[in-house]
Design a binder for this molecule. Structure first.
Ligand SMILES: COC(=O)C[C@H](N)C(=O)O
Length: 328
């Protein structure tokens, strides 16, 4: 099986000042994951690496750069899932750690449980030797400014036009295993203790080798109502392509509960899709030694990528830019 990775950096409105950062953040993350896959690494390692890269990037609402809750604090949700055996791990409302996706993976691999929250997640992180960092380290000037301006929570599904920037990744490795990972700071000015879709199996992500994998982004409460990630895989089980399944599920969420969002999908045969009902979603994919990425509907840039020889790192081959715009 040829390896494929697809990543997203959040659906919604991407403000001009974040466009460039979002583009380079998703392409960097996709290439980091792709390097792992090309070296024979697992889909699980690839999605964890891609999401970690975006958690560390202050342009996204995950890890450093997370939005703030009503009290001005960062509380993060994350999930990871292995399509081989349907194992998954998640954390919700976690504070003061750099990479919630790594803690989610530890929940999956080191406990009998699937989701740890708040205080319990903190105790578990400590037991696992995950370093606690000052909450301030996760807060950017931008998130502080948005919090102070925006006293109403971003909670109206119809008004889901803000600039949220949740991150996610899906991949298939050369053994045909699929995986997904999603991580977020949630919604600006959310209530303390609010848990969104990104920690919930079937809503924020799902992976099953029998079908494929998906990671979602958008208005969390709407996505939980329709169990968006699993709904997409259900449509694929019924014979739809990843793009048809994604569009059908997003359209259902819009008409049934008025919610907007975006999704990335990879099927167990390596077909992929990045679709959204919001105005924008930053996404990138690497497959067949080509990198594709975009932000607006119908925008696709294509570049070839090559192995730079430096620790098997995959980078864009500047002299072979195959850039194009076209319908997705
Ligand atoms: C783009 O924004 C998001 O994806 C937010 C996330 N789904 C949540 O509701 O927590």
């Amino acid at each position: 099986m040829k390896p494929v990775i697809v990543v997203h950096g959040g659906a919604g409105r991407i403000f001009k000042d974040r466009e460039e950062g979002a583009r380079s953040g998703v392409t960097t993350a996709a290439l980091k994951g792709y390097s792992i896959l090309k070296q024979g690494g697992s889909a699980l390692d690839a999605v964890e690496e891609a999401v970690t890269s975006m958690e560390d990037d202050p342009h996204f609402n995950a890890g450093c750069g997370s939005v703030l809750n009503e009290k001005g604090e960062v509380e993060m949700d994350a999930i990871i899932m292995d399509g081989k055996n349907l194992a998954s791990g998640a954390v919700s409302a976690v504070k003061c750690i750099a990479n919630p996706i790594k803690l989610a993976r530890l929940v999956m691999e080191k406990t009998e449980h699937m989701l740890l929250t708040d205080h319990g997640a903190k105790l578990f992180a400590k037991a696992m030797g995950v370093p606690e960092i000052p909450g301030e380290k996760l807060i950017t000037e931008r998130s502080r400014e948005r919090w102070s301006k925006n006293l109403e929570p971003d909670s109206n599904p119809q008004e889901f036009k803000k600039d949220p920037g949740t991150v996610g990744a899906v991949a298939i490795d050369n053994e045909g295993n699929v995986a997904c990972a999603t991580s977020t700071g949630g919604l600006t000015n959310k209530l303390v203790g609010r848990v969104g879709d990104s920690a919930c199996i079937g809503s924020g992500g799902y992976a099953d080798n029998h079908v494929g994998a998906t990671s979602t982004t958008g208005h969390g409460e709407s996505m939980m109502k329709v169990v968006l990630a699993r709904l997409i895989l259900y449509h694929m089980e019924q014979g739809m392509s990843p793009a048809e399944a994604a569009d059908t599920a997003l359209n259902y969420m819009k008409t049934r509960v008025g919610g907007l969002g975006g999704v990335i999908v990879v099927s167990n045969s390596g077909d992929w899709a990045a679709r959204f009902s919001t105005k924008q979603m930053s996404w990138a994919t690497a497959k067949d030694d080509q990198l594709q990425y975009g932000i607006y509907t119908g925008e696709i840039h294509t570049s070839s990528v090559c192995n730079s020889g430096d620790e098997e790192k995959w980078t864009v081959q500047q002299d072979k830019d195959l850039s194009l715009h076209g319908a997705q």
